[in-house]
Design a protein around this ligand. Sequence first.
Ligand SMILES: *Cc1c(COP(=O)(O)O)cnc(C)c1O
Length: 636
Amino acid sequence: MSSIEEWTKEEAKRAFLFDRWGAGYFDVNPKGNLCVHPNKDPKNGIDINDVIEEMKEQKIAFPAVIRFQDVLRSRVIDLNETFKDAIEEAEYPGSYTAVYPIKVNQMREVVEEILEAGKPYNMGLEAGSKAELMSVLAYNRNPEALTILNGYKDNDYLRLALLGRKVGRKVLVVIEKMTELERLLDLSEKYEVSPLIGLRTKLSIKCAGKWADSGGERAKFGLSTTELIKAVEILKEREFLDCAKLLHFHLGSQITDIRNVKDAICEGARVYSKLVKMGVPLDYMDVGGGLGVDYDGTHSTNESSINYGNKEYASDVVDGIKQICEDENVPCPNIVSESGRAITAHHSCVITKVIGSIKTAQTDFETSEVEGEHILVTNIREAVEDLNKENFNEVYNDAKKIKDDAINAFKLGVIDLEEKAKIETLYWQATQKIDEMIDQIEFPSDDLSNLQDSLTSQYLCNFSVFQSAADSWAIGQLLPIMPVKRLNEKPNVWCSIADITCDSDGKIDNFIDLEEEAKNIPLHDLNPDEDYHVGIFLTGAYQDVMGDMHNLFGRLNEVHVYKDGDDGDFYIEEVIPGGKIKDVLMTMQYSPEFLSYRVKRIVDKEIADGKIRPREGVKWVDFYDSCLEEYTYLKT
Ligand SMILES: *Cc1c(COP(=O)(O)O)cnc(C)c1O
């Protein structure tokens, strides 16, 4: 085993960039453990390893989601205060209200925490479907807070919105399509309710990034310029113009470049001003979501990054609207934004245990010469023995050729398994030696850099990418991944991450890096007598709720952690058990009782045939039944 080399916090920062993506919430303590600082206070963080130990004591199995509820609160307060400051600074004559779009993370506890923290700011909620609206109607009880309704709407959806109006809530129905408008007006007349109407405009600008298609002329949602004018005519004709209170647009999520925000505000504020001049009594301008998260910590326009912060975003929105309204000589609207990602991403992480490694380069097989061995074995052995700093490029090419020849020779029955194993071992021994030499060369050829990648291991982690890091698989989203302890010890294994699904896509081999995306991250040697946990961070937005059941790995165990005072203490307020095997089977229409009955019948038959003893048969059936109650992930 290699000796432990000490590592400074600065070195750990350089490798894992937690000071850059962490937004002030993450740091390493003197013990070398990763900590969460719920209020960004650099003192007294919650040691994540302590939380893991506490969870083990409470018999909560991993993988698990840890939610730091205080971080969620801090994000809510931060957004609201930042806008408040921007408004004060610009002497903006209107107000700011945040609404949380629950599609980003619909977990009840998340929504409750956001509403609770946002109470002083009258924070509202946004829904985009009937099911979301039904939860929002019950949970958004503050009569001052807004409820904003987006998405396509059938008559039941519209009627539910009118129910909200009936009980005195500020429910704004955002018209995404012309047909919704006439139906809303019909239903409002029928139920004698005065609706609050929002109009969603399609802006011409399309921004860079993964969600570019949410904007522009071909966007799925929103009214074109001609439709907007028609909508105003209809509202006038049917005497509902007084109800049109909000102009809405949404550029798409994770806007990476602040210039796109500026452009959108400029265009949106012009639309607002022109509508006001047409006599539409708008009170609000809703700038949608899109406020991004710096997942890779590069502060750039990379798809997983942003080149701005909350402060710049808020002042660009506020200043931009003010400037256009002054220019157009119309009153400034109250500003609404629908930030979901920026509020929820930081508060949750997935903790998974490394359960082993998959090594490509096997180098510990006996390769000594035997009588009558095949010439390929002799040749590669001699090539490797000759290896030195002058000829390694040549030796590498020779060794590769012999390894390829050996595969053909094996297929033709010319060499046996043992000889094939020897050739492979010698090949990997050569590459490993060459790898050490490459470090001393300034510009290794492409061939040789590929060699370095082929030598790295995969660390096998007890989780499913499809359940817990869906965006990493689906859209190549980068997420920060790092060990939660031993950060004062230099990691010496370069590796990527493999999950436990039977799917070759079930892996993570794109990692954050200041230069270009890295294929590997440095992790530590595994000690046989110590658990090694890796955290996947910034998973609170979308990832948390979009996971799928590939291979029937269900939802994770989850704990909600709160700080207890200000000295790094914490308590686990709530434990939400993840999916048991019987739960995930039921989602696929299996009845656990029937499965159990079937297996019992099968075993009974073996007993009747005298192949299994009755006492033993009962034990097997009991074991089967008890497994139905177990967690879907590996017990390690
Ligand atoms: C998805 C969505 C949001 C949330 O966007 P974020 O980038 O997560 O803040 C806001 N508004 C609408 C209409 C959306 O569809």
